[in-house]
Design a protein around this ligand. Sequence first.
Ligand code: ADP
Ligand code: MG
Length: 231
Amino acid sequence: MQVDHDAPVVFLHDIHRQYRQGETTLTILSGAKLALWAGQSVALVAPSGTGKSTLLHIAGLLEQPDSGEVYVNGAPTSTLSDAERTQIRRTDIGFVYQSHRLLPEFSALENVMLPQMIRGLSRKETVQRSREILAYLGLSERVTHRPAELSGGEQQRVAIARAVANAPRVLFADEPTGNLDPHTAAHVFNALMQLVRATQVAMLIATHNMELANMMDRRVSLADGQVVELD
Ligand code: ADP
Ligand code: MG
């Protein structure tokens, strides 16, 4: 795909999303608009149930809006085939969830290797890159551990390593520190901030933690289905 470096990495334009709930219709997003730029970290701070996960899933091409357009690297995505969207997700988009979602039967190293193997990199290259990323996140001594043998903070750092393994241009994190104690949350958060600075990835983090949000470049919220800037 052609990359337009003057365009936002991701641009959400006039996004609408409703859910049918029995007899009623829930309007979650109603004309939402948001630009995410390379090297900028954005906190999405809004109460539970307002649509943070919905917005992240739409921006991450995991879910389609009812209407509106998601541009990635300046190019519209609504007319792409499922295969083409999957390809963009593999190469340009990283996702971190509240629970780590690592594969329990595989080691930390193998969990980080998998997305690269799927992408078709050689095993040798994949092992080397995965070790480097895990070392960068302070996990050199944990590469052979399975998820159950890691602490909560370590599990999340492996999940972050997996999300950035294919050097995405944008990283979405959905309450990534929500299950962690404050000290561990700060540690995981710092790892994310370090990655933004080192790799110039664009980042959108949904969080309830205002202290962490205040350390990011920009803060937005959701109100009446629209994205509003805070500050
Ligand atoms: P948040 O992440 O801010 O807590 P969500 O995006 O998960 O909010 O959900 C927003 C609202 O949409 C919630 O009221 C939720 O119940 C509803 N919702 C989310 N996904 C679905 C779905 N697949 N079907 C029906 N309702 C949904
Ligand atoms: Mg959510």
